[in-house]
Design a protein around this ligand. Structure first.
Ligand SMILES: Cc1cc2nc3c(=O)[nH]c(=O)nc-3n(C[C@H](O)[C@H](O)[C@H](O)COP(=O)(O)OP(=O)(O)OC[C@H]3O[C@@H](n4cnc5c(N)ncnc54)[C@H](O)[C@@H]3O)c2cc1C
Length: 591
């Protein structure tokens, strides 16, 4: 190993300090496992901290509720692609996770009697679809902020070791198998540019989503799909990448999120004629229909010329809500409207458009967070994934609001506990020679100085083509164009030129690495979307507008072999995993 590389040894290494990573780390530390958290961001800057509206749990503290109702809503919301065994686990364990956070000090909003207050959210119903139910627990519209602060404090208390501003570049797999075993990771220390190798008995990837492949997104600049791309390069498949959720209410042109909590508290969506147009499409749940459908209906209204002033946006109308609701239940989002648009939401309607929001797909796992190597369920020993980068799959083809926060907590905890027992049972797998070699090769290629292509330019072209061809409305032709484009952008990476070629705090280098990750995620998404010749959940194809259960009630796995930086001549291969169906047979979705 070259002298410059620093080697660490921890029983468990968690990559990512969002809700999923911290929940796992906390449970590992509670079990006495030596645990390191490696994060490219300072932990409390993780995207979980921006989650606004709430976390689902059938507490029934405001009105009657049951986990079976919650499971039904989640499965129907998923367009019947979610694995029903995993959904049952999530909906049952949600209650315990919310109480766990409460006991750790999370300041939830309360009812007058002191119970956790709950509000309505899209697709959450009472008694299997009869009408809305109050299921979202919240702390104003800053729920994720409170979750992240609470978990971070607890991790510090438990002496979890944090490596902040360390950037994951690779996972270390053994040559045996298949399936291989994972014995650590490689990371770049951002401040110094030095490489660190972490030898571990278990590794958890909890690196979040990849919304930045799209032009209009609610996602932070840092959500570039790093974990998904790193494993994909190493031959681990990605699951259901074609299912990407657009949230109906992003601030027009900016994509900044106005939480579904606004509609949960009673806000309307209106078109140019002032109509609540959802009357036409989802007469029972109206503004509380699931996101995939509302985003598509908004697209239709705009296409038929009823966007505001004939343009490509609609209005979110909060004017009829009591002042107290705006101030106490929705303080942050009303502030965003004032700050970013200069509008007063109590008096003026707010221009909105669908914004790229959430990846349903990702790294395939079982219900303990163990990463799957193939469709028959063999596992990559010692490797785990949880949170938005993972696909277990509880969201299927479309996630319900509040269900990501539940997912990260429930499956973050399950992964942490399973990793702890793995550490007790398993010995150390020695590191192979030169585990950092692949990273060094990529970095040196990016840092060479004779290129002409610019990072910003390639990223912009990627985001535009993805927004136009792989967003809410897709066609085979459009997806083929997008695939050609993504592949040509990948080839252009070969000629990249960075302004900064030094080692210390080289943000150009990080942006270049993130761009390579974005391109991998985009390619996996587009090929999977092109391959799936039906419409289901968030994946809508105008050339195949119907759901096709006979052929497509199954999960996509796409695997890459022969990956090289600056090239598009690797091989892609599809395989399929059956959907686990227990109690709820696929039925037509009506709201
Ligand atoms: C604006 C907004 C509002 C939302 N509101 C809600 C809501 O109300 N309810 C709900 O259920 N869901 C909501 N969501 C979705 C939900 O917040 C996220 O899906 C969830 O928080 C993801 O958590 P995570 O732990 O998987 O990842 P994140 O919180 O995104 O954390 C990712 C972590 O990975 C680290 N990381 C990434 N790449 C690397 C790398 N290369 N090296 C080292 N570390 C790396 C980062 O530093 C970070 O710590 C919202 C999302 C957004 C964008």
């Amino acid at each position: 190993m070259s002298d410059d590389v620093i080697v660490h040894q921890y029983e468990a290494v968690v990559v990512g300090a969002g809700g999923a990573g911290l929940m796992a780390a906390l449970h590992l530390a509670q079990q006495g496992v030596s645990t390191a958290v490696v994060s490219k961001l300072y932990p409390t800057r993780s995207h979980t901290g921006t989650a606004q509206g709430g976390i689902g749990a059938p507490l029934g503290s405001v009105e009657e509720d049951h986990w079976e109702w919650y499971a039904f809503d989640t499965i129907k919301g998923s367009d019947y692609l979610a694995d029903q065994d995993a959904v049952d686990i999530m909906c049952q364990e949600a209650v315990d996770c919310v109480y766990f956070l409460e006991h750790m000090g999370l300041p939830f909003d309360r009812t007058p009697e002191g119970k956790i207050l709950q509000r309505r959210f899209g697709g959450h119903t009472r008694n299997y679809g009869e009408g809305p139910v109050r299921r979202a627990c919240h702390a104003a519209d800053r729920t994720g902020h409170m979750i992240l602060q609470t978990l971070y404090q607890q991790c510090l208390k438990r002496s979890v070791t944090f490596f902040d501003e360390f950037f994951l570049t690779d996972i270390i797999l053994t040559e045996d198998g298949p399936p291989p075993s994972c014995c650590g990771i490689v990371a770049l220390e951002i401040a110094t540019g030095r490489l660190h190798v972490f030898n571990a008995k278990t590794v958890l990837l909890a690196t979040g989503g990849f919304g930045r492949i799209f032009k209009i997104t609610s996602n932070a600049h840092t959500l570039t799909g790093d974990g998904c791309a790193v494993v994909w390069r190493r031959g681990v498949p990605l699951e259901d990448m074609e299912f990407y959720q657009f949230h109906p209410t992003g601030i027009y042109r900016m994509g900044i999120l106005l939480s579904e909590a606004a509609r949960g508290e009673g806000a309307y969506l209106i078109n140019d004629l002032g109509e609540r147009f959802l009357q036409r499409y989802a007469p029972t749940l109206m503004e509380l229909a699931p996101r995939d459908l509302i985003s598509r209906y908004m697209y239709l209204e705009i296409k038929e010329g009823r966007g505001i002033g004939g343009k490509d946006y609609l209005y979110l109308d909060l004017r009829h809500l009591p002042r107290q609701v705006l101030d106490e239940k929705l303080p942050d989002i009303t502030d965003f409207v004032r700050t970013y648009l200069g509008l007063e939401p109590a008096r003026e309607p707010v221009p909105v458009q669908p914004t790229a929001h959430y990846a349903m797909g990702g790294i395939p796992t079982d219900v303990y967070g163990q990463v799957l190597w193939d469709e028959i369920g063999r596992k990559v020993n010692g490797l785990y994934a949880a949170g938005e980068c993972a696909c277990v799959s509880v969201h299927g083809a479309n996630r319900l609001g509040t269900n990501s926060l539940v997912d990260i907590l429930v499956f973050g905890r399950r992964a942490g506990l399973h990793m702890a027992s793995w550490c007790r049972e398993q010995g150390w797998v020695p590191l192979p020679d030169n585990p950092q070699a692949f990273t060094e090769q990529i970095l040196s290629q990016l840092l060479k100085t004779n290129g002409t292509e610019r990072i910003g330019r390639i990223r912009q072209e990627l985001q535009e083509v993805m927004m136009d061809q792989a967003g809410v409305w897709r066609t085979g032709d459009g997806l083929s164009q997008a695939l050609d484009k993504v592949r040509s952008l990948k080839e252009r990476l070969f000629h990249l030129r960075l302004d900064d070629t030094g080692r210390l705090f080289n943000l150009d280098l990080l942006e270049a690495m993130e761009l390579t990750y974005l391109l991998d995620c985009a390619e996996a998404l587009v090929v999977s979307a092109l391959n799936r010749t039906e419409s289901r959940g968030a994946h809508y194809r105008d050339d195949y507008p119907e759901r096709d259960d006979a052929n497509w009630l199954r999960h996509t796995l796409v695997r890459c072999s022969g990956w090289r930086l600056g090239s598009a001549d690797h091989k892609l291969e599809f395989s399929y995993k059956p959907v686990v169906i227990t109690r709820f047979q696929p039925a037509q979705r009506k709201y």
